[in-house]
Design a protein around this ligand. Structure first.
Ligand SMILES: O=C1O[C@H](COP(=O)(O)O)[C@@H](O)[C@H](O)[C@H]1O
Length: 266
């Protein structure tokens, strides 16, 4: 690893020399949290995003993880979803299913994807209702400090504009404090209609990992992590601040290239 360490309140930085090294570290990290959650709670409630994250999780479907992980205890959710049919090329569910979930023995009823037959607003309401039922049965824990669900692990990607899940810069969805899941119909990145976890839910998780590769995201990584001037834009990724949970950043060197930590250690 090129660098591993903490950055004050911005969590743990795991900066990797190569994509292969990042993929192995990410698979080890997820497998460890899965094992700890199953030991403590009997289940593992993991939240996925879409985009490049899923390819970077690919090692989980290979040895040793395909045999050592207790897949039967996994419950899968999405931090955001595009409101398209489940077989549509833009679907985050389809991406995860084709690249990962179909390759490991996940219990089909443990996969909680959105209702793709209704409007974005209804899909967000339905998804929140489904999560509420799973909080009641403690498949998903509940936060001690808010009424929010406390997922064992939320995995996020990062857009070059600083968006995480479908929380985009300067969008009113960033201000949502009551709902667990909200919807947007004007996403600046297509497709326009999406549902997304809100910041209170993301920040109530036990563990949040943001996985970022490539130099097109270096500026967003810098704005999300470094102590930047107050006039710099406040990007959504900077608002990811788990109240009690742990935050980790999985970066390759190009994504980390504008970080003070990397530049001062060279
Ligand atoms: O639209 C989305 O974009 C982000 C980032 O995707 P990436 O391909 O640049 O990694 C992703 O995290 C989110 O889930 C997705 O809906």
């Amino acid at each position: 690893m090129a660098l591993s360490g903490g950055h004050k309140d911005r969590g743990e930085l795991r900066i990797h020399e190569s994509l292969d090294e990042l993929k192995t570290d990410l698979a080890d990290y997820i497998a460890e949290i899965s094992e700890a959650s199953v030991k403590e709670r009997g289940v593992f409630a993991i939240v996925l995003s879409g985009g490049s994250l899923i390819g970077l999780m690919g090692k989980l479907s290979e040895a040793p993880y395909n045999k050592t992980v207790d897949w039967s205890k996994w419950y899968i959710f999405w931090a955001d979803e595009r409101v398209v049919a489940k077989n549509h090329a833009d679907s985050n569910f389809k991406l995860a299913k084709d690249s990962l979930l179909s390759k490991v023995p996940i219990v089909p009823s443990h996969v909680h994807s959105i209702n793709d037959t209704v409007s974005a607003e209804e899909a967000a309401d339905d998804y929140e209702f489904a999560i509420r039922q799973l909080v009641k049965t403690r498949v998903v824990s509940v936060s001690e400090i808010s009424d929010c669900p406390k997922f064992d692990l939320i995995l996020l990607g990062l857009g070059p504009d600083g968006h995480v899940a479908s929380l985009f810069p300067d969008h009113s969805a960033l201000d949502e404090k009551e709902e667990w899941v909200t919807f947007i119909t004007d996403s600046p990145k297509p497709p326009p209609e999406r549902i997304t976890f809100t910041l209170p839910v993301i920040n109530s998780a036990s563990n949040v990992a943001v996985v970022v590769t490539g130099d097109s995201k270096a500026e967003a990584v810098h704005l999300a992590i470094d102590d930047v001037a107050p006039e710099c834009p406040l990007i959504p990724a900077r608002m990811v601040q788990p109240a009690k949970g742990k935050l980790a950043w999985f970066l390759d060197k190009p994504a980390a290239s504008k970080l003070e930590a990397l530049n001062s250690s060279q």
